[in-house]
Design a binder for this molecule. Structure first.
Ligand code: NI
Ligand code: MN
Length: 235
């Protein structure tokens, strides 16, 4: 089996697995690096890590168009329900078998207020085990935490982690995160959206390649990767 991963820029991700289209933190409108708009993306499920505007993003708009089911923490799902948007509530440490695979919410060191100031619960990340058994970890906005080692113990194929600094881990801590997570592949996100989180992903990739066995894919917004990668794409 295989899956396709797309980085839409910032923390907005697309995952295609088993015929299902998953969107993670769909921030298109107002995202200065996004190459497509919220009306151009497919979605069967929308996974929201926390309530910040650059993550909740265009969730409501995309649900109205596609009928996608939102998956997030209970507070965010409750808030969306009051606005007429259906969702599936989970919480930190809890997993559920969805049609596309087993999805567990993970811990994240961050905040989660909703756009109108409502309480958005705890911020999180997602650990997806596809129906074919591939494990994809989307860390969400987070600082470094030691329990990434426990997440790594599950055997991660692809980790998607922030490197932008200021709001999340910066390059130094993201390198330490890779050492704890020990993923086969890593994609850096949450950088170069705005000047405040500008980073040199090439330099970061070189360091990761020097110090770990993980393959870094510093792709550009709008680019996709199909896993498993062909031999030619391997380092
Ligand atoms: Ni945030
Ligand atoms: Mn963010």
């Amino acid at each position: 089996m295989s899956y396709k991963f797309t980085w839409f820029g910032h923390a907005t991700l697309g995952i295609e697995t088993g015929g299902y289209h998953l969107l993670v933190d769909p921030f298109f409108e107002g995202n200065p690096v996004a190459k497509v708009g919220p009306d151009e993306v497919d979605a069967d499920f929308i996974l929201v890590t926390h309530g910040h505007g650059d993550h909740l993003g265009d969730t409501e708009k995309i649900v109205v168009r596609t009928g996608a089911l939102v998956i997030s923490n209970a507070e965010i799902i409750h808030w969306l329900k009051q606005r007429g948007i259906e969702g599936h509530a989970q919480h930190l440490g809890g997993g559920h078998r969805h049609p596309f695979g087993y999805l567990k919410m993970t811990y994240a060191l961050h905040g989660s207020p909703l756009p109108d100031g409502s309480y958005g619960g705890n911020p999180g990340g997602f650990l997806l085990t596809t129906n074919a058994g591939e494990k994809i970890y989307c860390a969400g906005d987070t600082g470094l935490f030691g329990d990434m080692r426990l997440i790594g113990d599950e055997g991660i194929d692809l980790a998607v982690i922030p490197i932008g600094d200021n709001y999340t881990m910066g390059p130094e801590d993201a390198l330490r995160a890779v050492k704890l997570l020990r993923p086969r592949h890593v994609v850096p996100t949450h950088y170069n959206t705005w000047p405040l989180i500008r980073q040199d992903a090439k330099a970061w990739a070189e360091r990761v390649h020097r110090e770990t066995d993980t393959l870094v894919h510093d792709i550009q917004p709008g680019e996709s990767l199909s896993f498993p990668l062909g031999e030619a794409s391997e380092r």
